[in-house]
Design a protein around this ligand. Sequence first.
Ligand code: COS
Length: 381
Amino acid sequence: MDFSLTREQELIKKLAQQFAENELEPVAEKVDHDHVFPEENFKKMASLGFTGIGVPSQYGGCDGGTLEKVIAVSEFAKKCMASAAILSIHLIAPQAINKYGNEEQKQRFLPKLTKGGALGAFALTEPNAGSDAGAAKTTAIYDPETDEYILNGTKCFISGGSRAEVLIIFALTQPEKGLKGMSAIIVEKGTLGFSTGKIESKMGLAGSETAELVFEDCRVPASNLLGKEGKGFKIAMEALDGARVGVGAQAVGVAEEAIDLSIKYSKERIQFGKPIAKLQGIQWYIADMATKTLAAKTLVQYAAYLEDVGKPFSQEAAMCKLNASENARFVTNLALQIHGGYGYMKDYPLERMYRDAKITEIYEGTSEIHKVVISRAVMSK
Ligand code: COS
């Protein structure tokens, strides 16, 4: 068993670390305060190759796989969770097109989504289909006269939905079949009948825009069908498995940074005549935070390894996401506590990290849904 990173992975880690320190950290507070999507930083991510992780170089990607994504996303999350989420969620679209798309789709969409700097989005959730993703009602009815699908419906809580140029939409091509009639369809920004509605105002992750998508007789060429008709729910679930490892990586990154900040602060903060790091109460906090975070990181990397070698990993993806996200809340909470009143102030990044960490327990499947997935998997053996 070898836990060491390859030379290439070490290089990716270094590049991601430098990018996070030099480009993401300086604007993280402003991005959060002003609720702005960090457009410039996304373009820089693309020019450095991060937006093409997991996509072959022939389509503008930079190869690599899930472990490379985990490394980059975790480094980004240390300095700016919104940017880490933007990268992690963006990668769902190019990776899904690479996996399920035909050659024409790969050539048409992947170069834009990789080095071209176009943002991707993945739209499954609807107002009445959140955890119960199979209850989605958006339709995509085939029109044989024009060889198009006509989309009608509303998606909500879609990360990057208002900015994305290439979106994967899950819609019922055969509504009478329920989730077995769901298909994945690629929709481009600017398509007639597709508009964005409400932009959500959120507790955290303010730089990652979350939008409502509205489809009103939106016609899309039939050639935009991703994979086979009726296989949309499976594609969505498989894509979500990978996305959940990405959320695990975000959660690990923010926890690692919270620990580093807590160690630094506790060594500098003098109370009762000595640094608070000398107090056993603080030492035990740090010991718990470090132990649980290493365990979370190891599980995230294990799930990434399984995906990379092509083994089943749905259960481990759910486990790593459940564990890492609960740990991120636990660690950022204790880190804020260690910082005391300063931690609660916006002068320090802790309160932002605490707010940002919370979403990891909710998006790409709630903790409760992961317990459903895990219990079904382990109890069916
Ligand atoms: N990979 C491949 N296929 C999967 C799968 C996975 N991870 N999970 C389920 N499927 C398949 C099943 O095998 C089943 O196919 P068959 O009927 O051919 O056997 C089909 O999908 C339906 O699965 P299931 O019966 O488990 O569906 P449920 O309606 O019970 O829902 C959950 C499954 C709850 C796991 C799913 O709805 C879910 O993940 N919900 C959370 C959604 C989410 O994460 N949203 C985040 C936002 S995305 S914008």
